[in-house]
Design a binder for this molecule. Structure first.
Ligand code: NDP
Length: 318
């Protein structure tokens, strides 16, 4: 449902981040972009989207027909626990400014990005899309609830098809490899890299037993293009590998250790939090639309990511 007259002008907010860079690669290097289309990848240097004025100015400048909205204050479990209020407030401002500017400038379609952190700890598994709007939302990460609700409201009030995707844990090149503030996989990759370099044991935070579904940023990027071009619902869609591909942190750590060729001792520090034990997401809706989509095998994706990190160590975000 491109819906617009003429070729798409796609504005990607958060275009310099993990997911944004993967979309850029798929569009520019894998033939994901089509002739006549314009793709604009924004970073915070182009506009601070916490400011309504700067947001409007950047929409005025580029006049997009479509928006992929990725910009957000992002961080792993430990940063989230420390700075919950900041996260919430900043992301509320960013989402409100982007959706309002998209509305004002007549953007045909917006695809935003939510997170499975929105689902409450005490829920039934697997999670599916219908649970975003259940009564449990009072316990949900409020920012995302607000965001989902806002999409539906734009549809109800203006008929605009603003939708959202919900990826599980994303990893890949250009991630934030900061050990304190990043997500579990990039943190593990960086720690393993340092442990190898310094000849020290690798300390993994938590018991290693928590379970997660990981999606490679390049796979997510390919799915994003499909959502932008084909997915016609306002309701969000979970973009994830299947339940059968849920892995323990220990399994993931083993894959990183193997990819980086680390031969030292691996210690699980159980004094550190595991986070939710599992957050199993159901990808049946995605599979209904795309039964044949092939996810990159986990170990191959980890290998590519580790190789990228080693090759780009000096410039990587960390
Ligand atoms: P990154 O942290 O890699 O990138 C964040 C992006 O947002 C960067 O481009 C950054 O710009 C931009 N940004 C941050 N603050 C502002 C601001 N005030 N104004 C303008 N731009 C800003 O994030 P990811 O790519 O990992 O995540 C993208 C989206 O996906 C987010 O909405 C996130 O919540 C969601 N998501 C991510 C998951 C994950 O595991 N990573 C899982 C599920 C959902 P700059 O580079 O200039 O700082």
């Amino acid at each position: 449902m491109n819906g617009s007259v003429g070729p798409m002008r796609v504005l990607v907010t958060g275009g310099s981040g993990l997911v944004g860079r993967a979309i850029e690669r798929v569009v520019k290097e894998e033939g994901g972009g089509r002739e006549g289309e314009t793709w604009i990848f924004l970073s915070s240097k182009d506009a601070n989207l916490m400011s309504a004025e700067e947001t409007r100015a950047v929409f005025q400048k580029h006049r997009p027909t479509h928006v992929i909205h990725l910009a957000a204050m992002v961080g792993g479990l430990f940063r989230n626990m420390r700075q919950n209020l900041d996260f919430w407030r900043n992301n509320v401002h960013i989402n409100d400014n982007v959706l309002q500017a998209a509305h004002e400038f007549g953007v045909v379609k917006v695809v935003s990005c939510l997170s499975t952190c929105i689902f409450p700890d005490k829920t039934t598994y697997p999670i599916d899309e219908t649970m975003v709007n259940t009564h449990t939302h009072r316990h949900i990460h409020t920012h995302t609830y607000t965001c989902t609700h806002t999409h539906t409201t734009y549809f109800q009030q203006y008929g605009q098809r603003y939708t959202a995707v919900i990826p599980t844990n994303v990893f890949g090149p250009h991630d934030n490899y900061n050990i304190e503030d990043g997500h579990v996989l990039p943190g593990l990759i960086h720690k393993t890299y340092l442990a190898k370099k310094e000849g020290k044991p690798l300390q993994v935070w938590g018991s290693g037993r928590a379970l997660r579904q990981f999606i490679y940023s390049l796979d997510l990027a390919r799915l994003f293009l499909w959502v932008l071009r084909e997915y016609d619902e306002v309701e969000p869609i979970i973009l994830s590998v299947g339940e059968e591909d849920e892995l323990s942190i220990k399994f993931a750590a083993d894959a990183v250790v193997e990819a980086l060729g680390f031969e030292g001792e691996v210690i699980y520090d159980t004094s550190k939090a595991d986070g939710q034990f599992k957050k199993t997401a159901n990808n049946a809706k995605l599979r209904k639309y795309l039964p044949d989509f092939k996810f990159t095998p986990f170990r191959a994706a980890i290998k590519e990511t580790c190789d990228w990190f080693v090759a780009n160590y000096d410039s990587a975000r960390k």
